[in-house]
Design a binder for this molecule. Structure first.
Ligand code: CTP
Ligand code: CA
Length: 225
């Protein structure tokens, strides 16, 4: 399409992206986390840097190398990710939350290694801050884009997240589609905004990131499509 060929220009804009999983410690040697590779977020960061934006990439632990020309802030826990995001949000024009943030953390961080005792182990978890929701609720909120990895009722859950978190856009992907998402180099997205939607891919994450960023740029600048 014409809009995809058109160069995305984000010169002078600051784009903050969260990426990767978070890691929530249980004791000095253990943590809970998830399978997020960070690839989609890192591809979004590379695309934003190519578009001339000042990019802040707040990343959980991943094995992919950071793209050139991007400011990386490495974090482990959801709380650390929240703090890093809040530190830079005032200067941010566009916020893109690709991170697979752990929804809960252990209520108690044990000082000593948890010993193997009974046949069952029960741990209590408490909710982590919803980084994206808090950002979108700020008085001078940036243009906020969320991701939604769903295993069922994709459109329904994606639209609920758009409304509940007061987002500008949500990019949803179906995690049950084999070969796509999490650890893959490919993905497909169904993007929703207030009065429209668009399907992107399946495509390599690098190409998909450029297409999604072009769509974000279009809606952010309120360009006619
Ligand atoms: N997100 C976030 N902080 C959290 C949880 C989620 O910033 N504590 C962001 C994710 O980066 C993503 C969006 O919110 O952009 C949606 O995440 P998702 O896990 O799909 O939604 P949740 O609101 O956590 O709901 P649920 O896990 O129950 O589907
Ligand atoms: Ca979640």
């Amino acid at each position: 399409t014409a809009s995809a060929r058109q160069q995305t220009d984000l010169q002078g804009k600051t784009v903050m992206i969260t990426a990767g999983p978070t890691r929530e410690p249980l004791d000095p040697v253990r943590y809970i986390s998830n399978h997020s590779s960070g690839k989609m977020g890192y591809a979004m960061a590379a695309a934003a840097a190519d578009a001339g934006a000042n990019v802040i990439l707040v990343s959980g632990p991943v094995s992919v190398p950071p793209p050139a020309g991007v400011n990386v802030v490495n974090v482990e826990t959801a709380q650390q990710m929240f703090d890093a995001v809040m530190q830079h949000v005032q200067a941010t024009d566009i916020f893109i939350a690709t991170a697979a943030v752990a929804d809960y953390r252990a209520k108690v961080l044990e000082n000593n290694k948890i010993k193997k005792t009974g046949d069952e182990l029960t741990l209590t978890f408490v909710k982590n801050p919803d980084i994206l929701k808090e950002v979108a609720a700020l008085p001078n909120a940036p243009f906020a884009v969320g991701f939604a990895a769903e295993s069922q009722n994709l459109a329904h859950y994606a639209k609920s997240k758009l409304e509940n978190k007061k987002l500008a856009m949500v990019a949803a992907n179906d995690i049950t589609t084999s070969g796509l998402g999490f650890n893959s180099d490919h993905n497909a997205l169904h993007v929703f905004w207030e009065n429209g939607d668009k399907q992107l891919g399946p495509a390599p994450k690098t190409q998909l990131a450029r297409e999604l960023l072009s769509l974000i740029d279009e809606k952010y600048k309120n360009k006619p499509s």
